[in-house]
Design a protein around this ligand. Structure first.
Ligand code: F0G
Length: 350
C-alpha cells in the first residue's frame, strides 16, 4: 500500500510518536506531461501537477492533514479558518475525520458553489460575513487568540510544512528540480511552502538545484506585485481574491532567493488559460488554478524563451469546485425536442 503523506515524508515533517497518522488519501497527485501547449508555447518540457486530485479537490489537503493531526495531538477539540472556499472544504473534511468542531468564516456570496457544498456536506458550521477574505482572516486571528480553537489557516506553520511535500513529489518524479515552477498566488502560503520544500530537499542532498519560482496574482488582487494592500480585491478567480496576503514575505523571499518573479494576470488571461487547459489538455482546473498557465502564456508572449527548459505549472484545484464560472463562460447546451431527425441534423452541422 502507498504510504500516506504523514508517513512518506515523516523525516521532513513535525510528526512525533504522539502524532495521529490520519489520511483520506491526500497527496501523491499526478504530474502529467503537456500534450499540446508544450509545443504551442515552445517549452522544452511542460508538466502540470494536478492538485485537484486531492480528496477535497485542492492542494489544501496536504497542509490540512498535518495541521489537523497536530491539533488533535495538542488536544484541541475545535478548529477554525477564514477561507475563499478550499481551505474551508479541507478543514471541514479533516475535522470530520477527527471528530472536531469546525468553524469556517467565508466572504458572503464570494465562494464557489462546490466549495460551499463541500463544507456543508462535511458538517462544518459556516459563517458567511458581509465582507472579504482579508476581514474574515483578521476576525479568526482575534478569535483564536481569545479562545481555545486551533487556527488552521496557513498562518499555522504546520500547514506550510504539509504543503511543501508537493515539491518533494515533483523532484521524486522528475529526478531533478524543474527550471521553472509556475504557481497561482493568493494568500501566498503555497508559494512559500513550495520554496521551502525545494530548499529543504536541497539541504538534505536530495536535489542539486532549485527552480525559479514564478508566482501569479490576479490583476485586481495584485497586492504583492503593486506592493500595496488592496482594500477591495476583485477577480473572477474567487480563490485568490485576497488583498493583503498573510505570507507576503514568504512569497517575496521565494521570488528573490530563487531568481524568479511575481507578476499578475488579468481575468481575461485567467479565463483564456482555463479554457486552453480544459480544451487542449483535458484538464479541468478551477479559475485560480489557471493563473499559473496564464502566467506562462503571458511570459511567452512577452518573449521569454523556455525552449530547452523544464517547466511545471501547479493546477491547484478542481474545476468542479466552481460550476458557475464554467457555465457562464461557455456555450450553453442546445435544447431539442426528443426527435431523432432534429438531433441528427444538429450533429451533422459540425
Ligand atoms: N489556488 C486555489 C485553488 C486556492 O484555493 C488558493 C487559495 C490559491 C490557489 C492560492 O494559494 O493562498 O496559498 O497563495 N485558497 C485559500 C482558501 C485562500 O481559503 O481556500 P495561496
Amino acid at each position: 500500500m502507498e504510504l500516506c503523506l504523514l508517513e512518506k515524508y515523516r523525516e521532513f515533517l513535525p510528526v512525533t510518536s504522539q502524532t495521529p497518522i490520519i489520511t483520506i488519501g491526500e497527496a501523491n497527485t499526478p504530474l502529467v506531461r503537456s500534450h499540446t501547449l508544450e509545443h504551442e508555447l515552445a517549452c522544452g518540457e511542460l508538466y502540470f501537477k494536478l492538485e485537484g486530485c486531492n480528496p477535497t479537490g485542492s492542494f489544501k489537503d496536504r497542509g490540512m492533514v498535518v495541521a489537523v493531526a497536530k491539533a488533535v495531538e495538542e488536544k484541541n477539540t475545535a478548529i477554525i479558518c477564514a477561507s475563499t472556499g478550499n481551505t474551508s472544504a479541507s478543514a471541514a473534511a479533516y475535522g470530520a475525520l477527527c471528530n472536531l468542531k469546525v468553524f469556517v468564516v467565508v466572504p458572503k456570496g464570494n465562494i464557489a458553489m462546490g466549495k460551499l457544498a463541500q463544507a456543508m456536506a462535511y458538517g462544518a458550521k459556516i459563517l458567511a460575513i458581509d465582507d472579504n477574505f482579508d476581514k474574515a482572516l483578521e476576525f479568526v486571528r482575534i478569535i483564536t487568540q481569545k479562545h481555545p480553537i486551533a487556527l488552521v489557516n496557513s498562518l499555522n506553520p504546520y500547514r506550510i510544512e504539509g504543503q511543501k511535500t508537493a515539491s518533494f513529489e515533483i523532484v521524486d518524479v522528475l529526478g531533478a528540480a524543474p527550471d521553472y515552477l509556475f504557481i497561482p498566488v493568493g494568500n501566498a502560503g503555497n508559494i512559500t511552502a513550495y520554496w521551502r520544500g525545494f530548499t529543504h530537499y536541497k539541504q538534505a542532498g536530495r536535489v542539486e538545484d532549485t527552480p525559479m519560482m514564478m508566482g501569479f496574482e490576479a490583476e485586481g488582487a495584485a497586492a504583492i506585485v503593486k506592493d500595496t494592500i488592496i482594500g477591495n480585491p476583485q477577480t473572477v478567480a474567487s480563490a485568490i481574491r485576497i488583498g493583503n496576503p498573510a505570507s507576503w514575505i514568504g512569497a517575496t523571499t521565494a521570488r528573490d532567493e530563487s531568481g524568479g518573479t511575481i507578476d499578475y494576470v488579468s481575468d481575461d488571461e485567467i479565463i483564456n488559460a482555463y479554457h486552453l487547459l480544459a480544451r487542449k489538455e483535458g484538464i479541468f482546473g478551477e479559475p485560480a488554478s489557471a493563473a499559473s498557465l496564464a502566467g506562462l502564456i503571458k511570459l511567452h508572449n512577452n518573449g521569454y524563451d523556455f525552449s530547452n527548459k523544464r517547466l511545471v505549472c501547479i493546477i491547484t484545484g478542481s474545476g468542479l469546485k466552481d460550476p458557475d464560472t464554467a457555465i457562464n463562460n461557455a456555450v450553453p447546451p442546445i435544447e431539442l425536442p426528443a426527435d431523432l431527425n432534429i438531433l441528427e441534423k444538429e450533429i451533422l452541422k459540425d
